[in-house]
Design a protein around this ligand. Structure first.
Ligand code: GDP
Ligand code: MN
Length: 361
């Protein structure tokens, strides 16, 4: 789950990383009292879950005379299609240098990958493309408690040594907050010292409970409902709904869809021992996605009974066609129930998936 800047910077502050003074406001009217603590000039920053706010008009500089008008303007904007509901007002920093610092998971080495550049401020993809030499990297096994001094030295190159402390603090944030990404861009040098002028933190969804986060804001309404039913559900961008039992079988179904030239709309694993009601909820949930043209149900009965599955599919009573492959416990009964109700039954997952791909066309 992505934290918003104002949440992420509080975490940085807890770990001793300096951040500019700031106040979160929910309307232009709240800027008045906020200005008392901010000084003559300040920066108004839209709190939206999207990068590159600067380029998209989500970061505006203001002063005491035009502050309320500028805030009004920012609150009336949409940044990358997202309406602005919260604005972080921070003191204006006299920036002398902008650095880039991030720590992310490197899945190939299973290490933390630390990136540092003394050309911060711009977006990292641009930097990596246009001046790859300016981006220094260090790979560190996450079992290590600190970034060793030799790595810090290599990362910094000629940049001020005091940034080394920030690297180590951000590394602690990264490890202790179960982050997938911790990024400060820009990390700035000012006449008053170093500050994290921006903050980005993505928490591993599997660690939300441990981190005391009760709800994953990044989930869609349907993903939230799936969570309530205990389904493993991920929304994708295609038009073929997928329901399977077991992560392996469901993944194999997705692979076959790709193989036959189709695009899956989702991944839904109903889990083991799904009864009629669970199957009904699963089918309705997938069918509720307006992009789904056809659903392929690929279930292997073990504890799950195929006749229960069949009744669940029928009970769902959805409008899109459902193509079914059922095998295992009570498969004869299940197949008979569905056949009588006019459903398309296919005897192998290859045939079922192929039929679904054709139906989606
Ligand atoms: P992002 O575009 O979403 O990454 O938002 P940032 O918080 O990184 O702000 C974008 C850019 O605005 C930064 O790279 C800075 O160049 C500039 N900026 C932000 N805050 C200040 C500030 O206090 N002083 C100055 N001079 N520039 C700022
Ligand atoms: Mn930034």
């Amino acid at each position: 789950m992505k934290l918003l800047e104002y949440e992420a910077r509080k975490v940085l502050e807890d770990y001793g990383i300096p951040i500019p003074r700031g106040v979160l406001i929910h309307s232009p009217a709240e800027l008045g009292p906020a200005m008392e603590t901010l000084g003559d000039r300040f920066v108004l920053k839209a709190q939206v879950e999207i990068g590159g706010r600067g380029k998209r008009g989500g970061i505006l500089v203001a002063d005491r005379s035009n502050g309320p008008a500028v805030a009004g303007e920012l609150f009336s904007r949409e940044i990358g299609g997202i309406p602005v509901r919260e604005v972080l007002a921070v003191e204006y920093l006299e920036i002398q240098e902008e650095y880039y610092l991030s720590i992310a998971i490197d899945r190939s080495t299973k290490n933390a990958l630390i990136l540092f550049s003394d050309q911060g401020g711009v977006d990292i993809e641009t930097l990596a493309r246009d001046s790859p030499g300016a981006l220094r990297r260090a790979s560190i096994p996450v079992l290590m408690h600190d970034v060793p001094p030799f790595m810090v030295r290599d990362l910094l190159g000629g940049a001020p040594k005091e940034l080394g402390g920030i690297i180590n603090r951000l590394y602690r944030v990264f490890c202790e907050k179960d982050a997938l990404l911790a990024e400060i861009n820009p990390l700035v040098a000012t006449p008053r010292g170093i500050f994290a002028a921006d903050a980005k933190l993505v928490i591993d969804d599997n660690a939300l409970r441990r981190q005391g986060i009760s709800q994953n804001r990044d989930l869609t309404e349907r993903e939230r409902e799936a969570e309530r039913h205990g389904f493993s559900y991920v929304e994708l961008t295609g038009d073929i709904g997928v329901i399977g039992n077991g992560a392996g079988l469901t993944m194999a179904t997705l692979d076959l869809i790709e193989y036959y030239g189709g695009r899956a709309a989702n991944f839904l694993d109903v889990g083991g021992g799904a009864d009629q009601e669970r199957v009904m909820h699963a089918v309705r949930l997938v069918a509720g996605d307006p992009t789904v043209k056809v659903i392929v149900v690929n279930l292997l009965g073990g504890i799950t009974r195929c006749d229960e599955v069949a009744r669940g599919i029928i009970q769902a009573g959805i409008s899109q066609p459902v193509i079914v492959r059922l095998a295992g416990t009570n498969e004869k009964e299940g197949q008979e129930i569905l056949r009588q109700a006019g459903y398309r039954m296919l005897d192998s997952m290859e045939h079922a998936v192929k039929a679904a791909v054709e139906a989606a066309r």
